[in-house]
Design a protein around this ligand. Sequence first.
Ligand SMILES: *Cc1c(COP(=O)(O)O)cnc(C)c1O
Length: 243
Amino acid sequence: MPESDAFLARRRDQLSANLERVRTRIAAAARAAGRTDLPELIVVTKFHPAGDVRLLAELGVTDVGENRDQEASAKAAELADLSLTWHFIGQLQTNKAKSVVRYAAAVHSVDRASLVSALAKAVEADSTRDGRPLDCLIQVNLAVHATTGRGGALPAEVASLAELVASSHSLRLAGLMAVAPLGEDPGPAFARLAECAQQLRNSHPRATMVSAGMSQDLEQAVAAGATHVRIGTDVLGPRPRVL
Ligand SMILES: *Cc1c(COP(=O)(O)O)cnc(C)c1O
């Protein structure tokens, strides 16, 4: 069903206003933290239609995040005429690696050795990438008690995973990613992430990405040094329950 021009125009205005508010928040948080750099915005478009992503691109968004391969690959194919950078931010099964490397420039959710080898193999086998390495972020589980975590490697596992990524010529170790643990103050959790990120940079100076901060906690993440925030709800509104 083609959407009416009026609907599209209204949605565009809404997205534009939301984007402006989020960009203002990011800038204010950076200023408040005494930062002179501006964290980059990745708009998380999961569950929202490709039409929204197209509007976002028209509004200047360059980076989008998705967490399910089936949905992401369909959108990326539909929007192949746009020069968007796709970030894969969800839990990833090794059998989806082949598909993900076809459209994603970065995978933020690298959390185990088997996924590192699957991604490396997939990049090597993908003729469309022309040897362009895949940016990999190690996802860190920030929960104090790991069982309450929302995925990710334990902080103690980060160094060896990082070595594994760095030793692959088809992968580039880009940095770390984390989600604030549920039911915990995000501030101290992001401070632990900042510590892990510093340790990582000590041995891998170019692994500078720190992907942290969602709609609810972007200020705390920016205060703790996030270089990339991943914002869904506050740009696109609530996610539809069924796609
Ligand atoms: C959905 C999601 C986001 C965006 O969350 P919002 O609260 O909608 O801003 C960020 N990061 C990850 C890993 C996600 O799955």
